[in-house]
Design a protein around this ligand. Structure first.
Ligand code: SAH
Length: 389
């Protein structure tokens, strides 16, 4: 990390935006803070390894979210909600987002104005454009734009998209997502593919993945490869194992593990993600993996009741962590190893306590910085049945 570059990049929005807690803090210092916070929560379970920092802490986010707003003069802008409010802080260029997105967002605002279209006003519950979501494929360069609008009918749609395509031929697909509800959820249920395939593809750990608008995909591609490599190494696969990839998203961890396992079962609640996962298995000709669209805890309970076994459980739950139901079922399935990938050390610590009661002790505890400048931190924990490594 070049110290000079770090000094040059100063975020003008940091006071108002609230997205980054550590703007103005040197990257090395951020890593120290994260190390300490993970140690505070996880050292009761074992030795916490030194956090793996990012080589490039800027412009890493491959998923960008802009909320449309309009000032008194009728100028349109995008920004994010000021923390804890519904006031939009206009943002022209974010220091942690893929740089290609800022130009697309800026031109979208210009087009909305020149086509005399409206942006959503939350108080009056009127207007068309609510959010723009942009996802970029780090390796493929593909770009997906999701325009969240309040009505499936978008006036001047074809001309609008034609102009947008002229300005940004790099956009591979545009999806109109309809969300007319008064809600803090960004995406509505209905997607209309306006052009392109309706999804993008990216390459991770040498495999190709299709990503649809509402499927989860890790937001820092370079660090994700390090995270997955760490998790799969910890799983100690030899080619003979039956592996469960719980909370599997579009199947990224499970498919990376499948090369070294006998069989992988992915479990995921989001229907669209499971559809992507199945398509990804075919795309990469991975034949020893299948995906189940169900609540991970419920499915594990069913497996346990059916007398099934697993050799390794990989789990990567959302910030809220896993459940007692899930962990109780793991104890019945008796895998030798559980690899817990967590984006929230607090719920991780809570769940590790339950695992400890079931006889699973922590071996490796490895924090990875997936989210420079924010307070978030990812951790991989290896749990071994009946003993400490
Ligand atoms: N392992 C994947 C996804 C991790 S994010 C990756 O690295 O990309 C967590 C995933 O858990 C999301 O895809 C989310 O849809 C899913 N999820 C959330 N609650 C769930 C539940 N109760 N059961 C199964 N999956 C769940």
């Amino acid at each position: 990390m070049d110290g000079k570059i770090e000094k040059r990049l100063v975020c003008p929005y940091s006071k108002k935006c609230g997205g980054c807690n550590y703007q103005g803090t040197e990257y090395k210092e951020q890593l120290k803070i994260k190390q300490k916070s993970v140690e505070k929560l996880l050292s009761p379970f074992g030795t916490v390894e030194k956090i793996i920092g990012a080589k490039e802490p800027y412009f890493y986010r491959n998923k960008i979210h802009g909320i449309f707003g309009c000032d008194k003069k009728g100028n349109i802008y995008t920004g994010i909600y000021q923390e804890g409010t519904h006031r939009i802080v206009p943002i022209e260029k974010c220091l942690i987002e893929d740089e290609r997105a800022a130009a697309i967002l800026r031109d979208l605002c210009g087009l909305i104005k020149s086509f005399k279209l409206s942006v959503y006003d939350e108080d009056r519950e009127c207007g068309l454009f609510r959010h723009a979501l942009i996802r970029t494929g780090h390796v493929t360069g593909e770009i997906m734009l999701v325009l969240v609008i309040t009505s499936p009918v978008m006036p001047s749609r074809n001309n609008f998209l034609k102009e947008l395509k002229k300005l940004h031929p790099e956009i591979s697909t545009v999806i109109l997502n309809v969300n007319h509800k008064r809600t803090s959820m960004v995406l509505g249920e209905k997607n209309i593919t306006a052009y392109g395939k309706g999804y993008i593809e990216d390459i991770l750990c040498g495999l190709r993945f299709r990503i649809s608008p509402s499927s989860f995909y890790q937001i820092n591609p370079l660090q994700t490869e390090i995270l997955y490599r760490t998790a799969i190494k910890a799983a100690g696969l030899t080619g003979k194992e039956r592996v469960i990839d719980a909370y599997c998203g579009i199947g990224t961890i499970g498919m990376t593990a499948a090369k070294k396992a006998r069989e992988v079962i992915g479990i995921e609640l989001n229907k669209e993600a499971v559809r992507d996962a199945a398509a990804n298995a075919s795309l990469n000709q991975v034949k020893n993996i299948r995906f189940i669209n169900e609540d991970a805890g419920k499915y594990m309970v069913k497996m346990a009741a059916g007398g099934e076994r697993a050799d390794v459980v990989l789990m990567d739950p959302p910030r809220s962590g896993s459940t007692k139901e899930f962990i109780d079922a793991v104890a019945v399935l008796k895998p030798q190893r559980v690899v817990y990938v967590s984006c929230n050390p607090e719920t991780l610590a809570r769940d590790l306590r339950i695992f400890a009661q079931k006889g699973y002790k922590a071996g490796l505890i490895q924090p990875v910085d997936m989210f420079p400048f924010t307070e978030h931190v990812e951790t991989v924990v290896l749990l071994k049945r009946g003993g400490r490594e």
